[in-house]
Write a protein that binds this ligand. Structure first.
Ligand code: NAI
Ligand code: MG
Length: 498
């Protein structure tokens, strides 16, 4: 089976071309059973392609090919591997527009504000990690004058990567590029809601990489994800998704005593102080809440603590700005806000909105407007929401909603707001807006989170370690540290020279 690698800007055509296929052991193939499932356009509810319903037999083929390819790959000089990983980035950068359109089609994320940007960061990640190859260095240890004592970094072998649907390109790239440059092979299980664009990326990467080194399987958690984690030749698992599934993965990895990296989401606080630059804080809160992505972000600033003296003005300003945003067809350049990913997530988000309405003291503020185009009637559109008048103890402020629902909570005392920000099961990201340097520094030290920002709202960046504490997960991604600590092990070598 072959699909052209020529750039295809019609995402509907590309989805059809990729329909029913995995990319395993260097080639496109369907699942061994021939079973498939539907891939739907969340903006219309219509099926755009099928994806293989992969199971253990498919995992076995992918892992066997990966194991074989990894042995040769690990023997290459690290710099040569780095060149090939960076070359993946260069080739992928030629496909940014194509990949952006396809990811917009299958996830419902708006092309202009979200999907095209994700496709370009994907390429950057490969270029960044490719350049780190020469950092796979060891140390010499002054242990004894008659002994040459040193450490070397060795790859772990075959890595199983399980990714979610919210930012599949970026999350796959952070795992794959780091693992590959360190000398590992990778088998990815894509998310059942978004299998197409990552499949296209795998095909493109395979024009550069040796056959079998990088494979991807579409499928569901129990039937495909679990056998990948449990496979005896998978020596490391890297996972992004829910806390619930993260624990299942962690337990299965514990049975085999293999290392895991887990990125499990959050309920990230943003603190806005009375002296904050209001224009910047409002724009930052809207960006931080990821309203353009329907709030479907692990780092979404979904708990915004606003000083009581500016609370009403802040809410009014956010309202004005989000009201001006256009919700509509993700592929339309005019659209700011696309859809929720799936019917399941749509129902989940709706149930949290109901919970918000039922919360004592809560006021619901509904923002923007539903699309009017009749062809989008069955799309999973949800108007962004702010709930005010709630407390940090309410369920709506404690559980990850993964939708466009933002809790705005008043504060008056700095110590109390830091305590409230930290009073969460999660600890992924945190942000503070203030022009007082002392307060900012104090907060950065006291906030329990892996990624703390002052007066800005960057998303994940190559070179900045990314990962959470508490229920937000284990380990770091996107940086040199992530490659060394999560995709290699250190061997100590002692040579007696006497
Ligand atoms: P999930 O954690 O169930 O799915 C993530 C990935 O894990 C998917 O590829 C899925 O097929 C796989 N998976 C599921 N069960 C598995 C198993 N037993 N063994 C191995 N792999 C398995 O998340 P889901 O159901 O898509 O979303 C539910 C909630 O999880 C969201 O509402 C959100 O709160 C959270 N979430 C957090 C993400 C993050 O970026 N940290 C991403 C996606 C979801
Ligand atoms: Mg799930």
């Amino acid at each position: 089976m072959s699909v052209s690698t020529s750039i295809e800007l019609d995402p509907f055509k590309l989805a059809q071309a990729l329909s029913g296929l995995n990319f395993v052991a260097g080639e496109f193939r369907p699942a061994a059973s021939g079973k498939t499932f539907a891939v739907n356009n969340p903006a219309t509810g219509q099926e755009v392609a099928r994806a293989p319903f992969s199971e253990k037999a498919d995992v076995d083929v992918a892992v066997a090919a990966a194991k074989k390819a990894q042995k040769e790959w690990a023997k290459l000089p690290a710099r040569n591997r780095g060149k090939l990983v960076a070359e993946c980035g260069r080739v992928l950068s030629e496909h940014v527009e194509e990949l952006g359109r396809l990811i917009a089609l299958e996830t419902g994320k708006a092309l202009r504000t979200e999907s095209r940007i994700e496709a370009s960061v994907l390429a950057d990640m490969f270029v960044f990690f490719g350049g780190l190859a020469s950092e796979l260095k060891g140390e010499t240890v002054p242990f004894h004058p008659d002994m040459m004592t040193m450490t070397v970094r060795e790859p772990v072998g075959v890595v199983g990567a399980i990714i979610p649907w919210n930012v599949p390109l970026l999350l796959m790239a952070m795992k794959a590029a780091a693992a590959l440059v360190a000398g590992n092979a990778v088998v990815v299980k894509s998310a059942e809601e978004a299998p197409l664009t990552v499949l296209r990326v795998t095909q493109i990467m395979n024009t550069v990489l040796p056959s079998g080194l990088f494979s991807i399987l579409a499928g569901f958690g129990p039937e495909c994800g679990a056998p990948l984690v449990e496979h005896p030749d998978v020596k490391k698992v890297t996972f992004t998704g829910s806390v619930e599934t993260g624990k299942i993965v962690y337990k299965a990895a514990a049975e085999k005593l293999i290392p895991v990296t887990l990125e499990l989401g959050g309920k990230s606080p943003m603190i806005i102080c009375a002296d904050a630059d209001m224009d910047k804080a409002v724009a930052g809160a809207i960006a931080g809440m990821r309203f353009t992505r329907q709030g479907q972000s692990c780092t979404a600033s979904s708990r915004i603590f606003v000083h009581e003296s500016i609370h009403d003005e802040f809410v009014a300003r956010v309202r004005e700005k989000v009201d001006a945003m256009v919700m509509g067809d993700p592929l339309d350049e005019k659209t700011d806000i696309g859809t929720i990913i799936s019917d399941g997530q749509f129902d989940r988000v709706k149930s949290y909105i109901k919970l918000g309405r039922e919360t004592k003291g809560a006021t619901e503020i509904v923002l923007s407007a539903m699309p009017t185009d009749a062809k989008l009637d069955k799309g999973f559109f949800v108007q962004p929401r702010i709930f005010t008048g709630i407390t940090n103890n309410d369920r709506i402020a404690r559980e990850e909603i993964f939708g466009p629902v933002c809790c705005v909570i008043k504060w008056s005392d700095f110590d109390e707001v830091i305590a409230a920000a930290n009073d969460s099961d999660y600890g992924l990201a945190a942000t503070i807006w203030t022009t007082n340097l002392k307060m900012a520094m104090d907060a950065t030290r006291r906030l329990e989170a892996g990624f703390v920002q002052v007066n800005q709202n960057l998303v994940v960046q190559p070179n900045l370690s990314y990962g959470g504490v508490k229920a937000s997960g284990l380990g770091k991604e996107a940086s040199l540290e992530s490659m060394l600590e999560h995709f290699t092990h250190k061997k100590t070598i002692i040579i007696n020279m006497q």
